[in-house]
Design a protein. Structure first.
Length: 241
């Protein structure tokens, strides 16, 4: 998303993409205008969360080749203030600020040869809310209409954290839940099959029949033994008397 247009020197509204003219004087004293184009794009609004790194995107296109004269400057302005603070400078090498609000928190994530002038902010806080400006100059292309990015940093809400936890839980536990459900279904089908066979009086296998026969014979032997013991006790009792 491109940033909002800015106001030119004559009061007209200018878009983020602007074309500027540079005047040259030829040998005959006649003035001619050579069109020099430098296009800069930023995200008009960026939302971030406390403690989570934020990227401020800035891209540019120049009609001239990139040289060591190319410069990039990022500035910051607090809400309701006209005072700006320089937080990053680039010319052949990156120079993040070493003082102020953003000390040791600005990192270079761009690539000038790819038209990228982006930076990132580490450990952002709500106090970082404000307006950020990205200015690029690549002589002879000089851009005076500087687009801006409005940054809003907030605490990550409970709903957002809950949704993240829920998503993680789904990814971790869903496969296990599927396996458990399949096992339960299989066990239920097996149990239902056994009950159905027991109710319908299914024919037992030879092994099951053999086991049942042995058990019945053992029970009969035990019963006959108990009867014989009782008869012996009765006969002894009669002989005594």
């Amino acid at each position: 998303m491109e940033g909002p247009g800015r106001i030119g020197r004559n009061g007209d509204s200018l878009p983020d993409k602007a074309i500027f003219k540079k005047r040259h004087i030829d040998m005959k004293g006649q003035s001619v205008h050579v069109v020099l184009s430098l296009e800069i794009k930023v995200d008009g609004h960026v939302r971030g969360y406390v403690g989570e790194k934020i990227k401020l995107k800035c891209t540019f296109k120049s009609t001239s080749s990139v040289t060591d004269k190319l410069t990039i400057d990022w500035t910051y302005r607090t809400p309701g203030s006209s005072r700006t603070e320089s937080i990053f400078h680039y010319q052949s090498f990156q120079y993040p600020t070493t003082a102020g609000t953003f000390r040791d928190r600005i990192s270079w994530v761009g690539d000038v040869y790819k038209g990228d002038a982006s930076i990132s902010i580490s450990n952002p806080t709500i106090k970082d809310n404000g307006t950020f400006s990205c200015a690029v100059k690549n002589p002879p292309d000089v851009h005076h209409n500087i687009p801006v990015t409005e940054l809003t940093v907030t605490e990550r809400g409970f709903g957002t954290m809950l949704s993240s936890v829920a998503l993680l839980s789904i990814l971790v536990f869903l496969p296990s839940a599927v396996v458990v459900v399949l096992l339960l279904v299989r066990m239920a089908r097996k149990s239902a099959g056994l009950k159905k066979r027991s109710k319908s009086g299914y024919k037992k296998s030879s092994i099951e029949v053999s086991d049942d026969t042995d058990q019945e014979e053992g029970d009969d032997c035990m019963a006959r033994l108990c009867v014989r013991c009782a008869e012996c006790l009765d006969s002894d009792y009669e002989e005594t008397y």
